[in-house]
Design a protein around this ligand. Structure first.
Ligand SMILES: Cc1ncc(C[n+]2csc(CCOP(=O)(O)OP(=O)(O)O)c2C)c(N)n1
Length: 330
């Protein structure tokens, strides 16, 4: 199956403008993170640039009762689910009030948020995929109608956890949607050296589940693919594997020197495949957004990200005596 971009959008103008707002919010936080790292104020950034189209579009299609199990790069997912700029910056500065991990994890190392139904993530690549199937299994047993959205990179599909998680979901026809954000690299290892057969989506056929390939820089196509997959899951028709092909705009993380394994032309080309730029052109073509409105929105979100960082930096650090809280039973 291939998601088609048609002239009839899958959603309304308001839905697309909300998606645009969340993409801009995720970008503003991402950009601010890079500045904070350069200023020596934040420790680390694993950029979501280039990923936010599929992240936001897929998450925007969820219902409040659904579960999100994102990977460590899932800032766009978390923002769409309701994570605020201040909450994110509390996590970045590892403050006591950080709702994601209580200041215990590196930025992005954990998007766990009980109030937003974002389940714990681990940095151990792909380990969250069987857990997502487990959550979907619980939903099915309870009959509560919720669906789980699980996201990961192409590198994660080369781990055993991916096969176990998807196989279990397929056997039990679980209400779960798997989204592979295929940016072509697992850190420095290109797809051709880590994905046998060269295609993620074709693996769906081996498990007897729906597989959908979508251009991850095409936000309306991503939204359509996610809505259709979630509808299948909700109707009891089992899991879908969506492969969203995207370009990695930045290095793997701020710790990574991509010049060692990517040539300058490729990095420049990646910058020309920014889902946000493409989506804004689409919205402007429809008369749903003007360039001036987009600029005003981006400026406001940039200011909010900066203010959130300045505020979070002044908040209390975790207390040493709380080190083992939530680690050991009292
Ligand atoms: C089991 C395991 N092995 C290695 C790592 C180190 N590591 C962190 S991210 C990553 C690459 C994952 O690539 P991919 O799944 O394609 O996602 P991307 O980071 O490109 O979005 C690796 C190897 C890890 N966290 N866990």
């Amino acid at each position: 199956m291939r998601a088609q971009v048609t002239d009839t959008p899958a959603g309304s103008r308001d839905e697309y403008l909300r998606i645009h707002g969340w993409m801009c919010a995720a970008k503003a936080l991402d950009d601010r993170m890079h500045m904070l790292v350069r200023q020596g104020r934040a420790p680390f950034v694993g950029s979501a640039r280039g990923h936010e189209g599929i992240q936001v579009a897929a998450t925007a299609a969820l219902e409040p009762q659904d579960w999100l199990v994102p990977h460590y790069r899932g800032l766009g997912n978390a923002v769409t689910r309701g994570l605020t700029a201040r909450e994110w910056m509390l996590a970045v500065f590892a403050k006591a009030a950080d709702p994601l991990s209580g200041g215990r994890n590196i930025p992005g190392g954990c998007f766990s948020h009980a109030g937003l139904r974002i389940a714990p993530v681990s940095q151990v690549v792909a380990s969250w995929i069987p857990k997502a199937s487990g959550i979907a299994f619980a939903s099915k047993l309870r009959g509560d109608g919720s669906v789980t959205l699980c996201t990961f990179g192409d590198g994660a599909t080369s781990k055993g956890d991916f096969h176990e998680g998807i196989n279990f979901a397929a056997v039990h026809r679980l209400p779960v949607v798997f989204v592979c954000e295929n940016n072509g690299y697992a850190i420095s290892v290109p797809l051709r050296l880590q994905v046998g057969g060269g295609s993620v989506v074709e693996r769906a056929a081996g498990y007897g589940i729906a597989g959908v390939a979508v251009d991850g820089t095409d936000v309306p196509a991503c939204y359509r693919a996610a809505r259709e997959a979630l509808a299948r899951a909700r109707a009891g028709d089992g899991p879908t594997l969506i492969e969203a092909r995207i370009w990695r705009i930045n290095a793997h993380t701020s710790e990574d020197d991509q010049a060692k394994y990517r040539d300058a032309e490729e990095v420049e080309e990646a910058g020309r495949h920014d889902p946000l730029v493409r989506f804004e052109a689409w919205l402007e073509d429809r008369g749903w957004l003007t360039a001036e409105e987009a600029r005003t929105l981006r400026e406001r979100l940039d200011r909010e990200a900066a203010e959130a960082a300045d505020w979070a930096e002044t908040q209390p650090d975790p207390r040493p005596e709380d080190l083992a809280t939530h680690v050991y039973a009292p």
